[in-house]
Design a protein. Structure first.
Lengths: 152, 280
């Protein structure tokens, strides 16, 4: 193994661990699939380098097959992502952390499924924002006044 | 371990700087927090530089050297920017750039067909599909789950410890992965079984010695090699040799891969939401 092969192997390992970090930290379904593809690049780089070290065609041939599998994987993963998105209207992976068979007990959670970001609202739920001109003397509409008088 | 630390301080410095840069660029635990990007980028670039410097100084031509540096640094830097991007569209575009840089590295490794195939498959199909899905499923404005990351410190530290271990293993002096396979040209029936087995196990270190006689007894004097060694008249990665090997030695696997593609496309169609089930 020459130093030149060594550095290609190291770059492949670097790509792989970058993909691993992305897969572990990002909480977006699509980004997790993309990170897996980045790991695949690292593996391809390593395979090609091994093929060159051994002076055989196998490294490149195996890489062609991993490329095929990666294409299949991307298509299936995106179909799955779309059908999950139809159910939850969000790409947040944490919404699916309790996904299981109906007769299985609930998994032990080490973190709440929805992380409270401190602002008092939960992540992506829509917020009501006040709009229009604020009334000067807001309360007591006629009906409520009538109801209260009728009750007394 | 200590020997390695003393012998390769540059690798350790590069890994630490790189990890700090990744951690800095990573979106924080809180959704709103933003840090300035410049220090993280500087840390990452410095770490990458030191890491690539530590990989050794091969005697190659200046052009190859420059190309390797450009492609390697840009592949890894685009990877870092991809996993830390807060907008998934930008992440997909950074991934496309990382793919292009990886294809450049493939070209440097004399794999031109592979580089072209990767560009066509990834940049032409995968990225476009990802972008479509991102645009279909993207909510207006930045979603909260893109603005924060979970367990980033633990993930980064463990991943870089793994990379350090890989680097340590690869940089041992006595590491010998791969003696080039001696090309086994079948010289008629005259090829002796002993020479053949020697060719076959030259890839594999010592233990194969005990294994080879029985396998030789079962398949006596099979011409050629277990691995399709490149012909002396074709270089490795040569299109002609690659195609011949793919469609002779691996013909069955090629058919299997085609079937896999068919099954995957049927599965994707079956899984995807139907129109009568309502809009997305």
């Amino acid at each position: 193994m020459t130093p030149e092969d060594l550095r290609f192997l190291l770059v492949g390992a670097g790509l792989f661990i970058l993909g691993a970090i992305g897969f572990l930290t990002r909480r977006n379904l699509i980004l997790m699939v993309l990170s897996a593809e980045l790991m695949m690049h690292g593996v391809s780089m390593t395979l090609v380098t091994f093929g060159r070290i051994h002076q055989t065609q196998e490294g490149q041939i195996f890489t062609i097959f991993t490329l095929t599998v990666a294409a299949c994987e991307a298509g299936l993963a995106l179909a799955l992502v779309l059908s999950l998105y139809r159910k939850s209207h969000s790409l947040d992976i944490n919404l699916w952390s309790e996904l299981r068979e109906p007769d299985m007990p609930a998994p032990v959670q080490d973190a709440p499924a929805r992380i409270d970001d401190g602002s008092g609202s939960y992540g992506d739920t829509p917020k009501l924002t006040p709009a229009g001109i604020a009334p000067k003397d807001p309360p007591r509409t006629k009906s409520s006044a009538g109801a209260s008088s009728a009750r007394t | 371990m200590m020997d390695w630390l003393q012998a390769h301080p540059m690798t350790v410095v590069g890994l630490v700087l790189w990890a700090v840069g990744v951690l800095w660029l990573m979106p924080g635990k809180q959704a709103g927090s933003t840090r300035p990007k410049i220090p993280g980028l500087l840390f990452t670039a410095a770490g990458l530089f030191a890491f690539c410097l530590s990989c050794g100084k091969p005697q190659t031509q200046l052009a190859d050297e420059v190309m390797f540096w450009v492609f390697a640094v840009s592949a890894l830097l685009c990877g870092v920017l991809m996993i830390t991007a807060k907008n998934p569209v930008y992440a997909a575009l950074w991934f496309a750039l990382a793919t292009l840089a990886t294809c450049g590295l493939f070209l440097l490794q004399s794999a031109p067909f592979l580089a072209a195939a990767t560009i066509i498959v990834y940049a032409g199909a995968v990225i476009v599909t990802f972008l479509f899905v991102i645009m279909l499923a993207q909510q207006s404005g930045a979603a909260g789950y893109d603005q924060k990351s979970g367990q980033s410190v633990m993930a980064t530290i463990s991943a870089f410890v793994l990379l350090g271990a890989v680097a340590m293993t690869l940089q041992q002096e006595k590491l010998e992965i791969g003696v080039p396979v001696v090309v086994a040209k079948a010289k008629g029936a005259g090829t002796s079984a002993a020479a053949n087995s020697e060719n076959m196990i030259s890839m594999v270190p010592a233990p194969a010695d005990s294994l080879s006689p029985s396998s030789e007894a079962k398949a006596p004097a099979k011409p050629g090699n277990l691995l399709s060694a490149a012909d002396p008249d074709h270089a490795v990665g040569d299109l002609k040799g690659l195609g011949r090997s793919l469609f002779s030695d691996y013909l069955f696997a090629v058919e299997l891969a085609g079937t896999l593609l068919l099954v995957a496309s049927i599965g994707a169609i079956a899984l995807a939401p139907r129109r009568e089930q309502g809009a997305l």
